[in-house]
Ligand binder design. Structure first.
Ligand code: ATR
Length: 275
């Protein structure tokens, strides 16, 4: 077994992670002899864990909350997404050197491309939230050519810090600006934790929304968030957030196991059955 590629996901806590299910499904589907396991590591042990990866026979792995920023700091080599987002969620080795990448933006775009044809036809986007998830989303939207990205946050300073980070084409706003900003935005995304199971609902009045708008949510538990439900009631197009989780796993699997896996309806159903 020693020679088989071995990968992991680590976070703190990690028991809710669905990544082992996703990679387990692909390992079986493609007949790859390898393994992928969840390992819980507390923040104080994370740096040692990363330094001993090769000694412990790991090909690489995924990193999730709260380790993404520390992973960024520990990697001397980083892909451009990680560099611009300031966080690393995927580790792998190239020529013996540890690389850190960020696949969240890729997952976000791939999900919308798969399920929301034409979602990127406009240039005005409304981004709700300014936390870690928002950084990846704003990066992705800039990459895709949106040149008027309005970041709305309860704490405006955080939205401003994000707009300063990404510069041209981004702007910061308070929550009260939503009705006005909704009018011409053709793409709206929730990156806050509102709407998540156990959290408060995200309640915004979508009667001002542009009739061509497509809405999506980073939250995928529940799959149909209050935002998406309201959007559909207004006759607006929606894409749920589960596909982002599935697609963001693709580049990691390719790095560690050498095959490009597919996000299939079967995989989606497997994860849904586990929710
Ligand atoms: P993540 O890394 O998952 O994005 P985060 O950095 O904690 O998590 O960010 C959470 C986001 O949800 C923030 O935009 C936060 O707004 P603040 O910056 O004002 O805290 C937003 N959020 C969380 N609870 C909220 C609430 N009750 N009302 C409005 N926004 C909320």
């Amino acid at each position: 077994m020693a020679d088989h590629p071995k990968a992991f996901v680590t976070g703190f806590p990690i028991r809710h992670s669905r990544s082992p299910l996703i990679h387990g499904y692909w390992l079986k589907k493609y007949g790859v002899e390898g393994s992928y396991q969840a390992i819980e590591i507390a923040p104080e042990g994370f740096a040692d864990f990363v330094r001993s990866l090769q000694n412990n026979g790991y090909t690489g792995g995924n990193v999730t909350i709260p380790h993404k920023e520390m992973a960024f700091a520990l990697c001397k080599k980083r892909d451009s997404a990680a560099e611009d987002i300031g966080a690393v969620n995927t580790l792998w080795f190239e020529d013996g050197e540890l690389w850190g990448g960020n696949t969240d933006a890729y997952g976000f775009l791939a999900n919308l491309d798969a399920l929301g044809a034409g979602w990127d036809n406009g240039d005005k986007a409304l981004v709700l939230g300014a936390g870690g998830a928002s950084r990846a989303v704003v990066y992705a939207l800039k990459q895709r050519g949106f040149n008027d990205i309005r970041i709305v946050n309860r704490t405006v300073d955080r939205a401003q810090a994000l707009a300063d980070r990404f510069g041209y084409g981004t702007s910061a706003h308070g929550w009260q600006a939503i009705p006005e900003l909704l009018q011409d935005a053709t793409f709206v995304v929730n990156t806050t934790s509102l709407g998540m199971e156990g959290k408060d609902d995200l309640s915004i009045d979508l009667s001002f929304a542009n009739s061509n708008a497509l809405l999506t949510d980073i939250v995928y538990v529940p799959l149909e968030t209050p935002l998406l439900k309201t959007a559909r009631a207004h006759g607006l197009r929606t894409v749920d957030g589960l596909g982002m989780l599935l697609h963001q796993a693709v580049p990691g699997f390719r790095h560690w196991f050498g095959a490009t896996p597919e996000v299939t309806p079967e995989l989606r159903a497997l994860i849904l059955a586990d929710m």
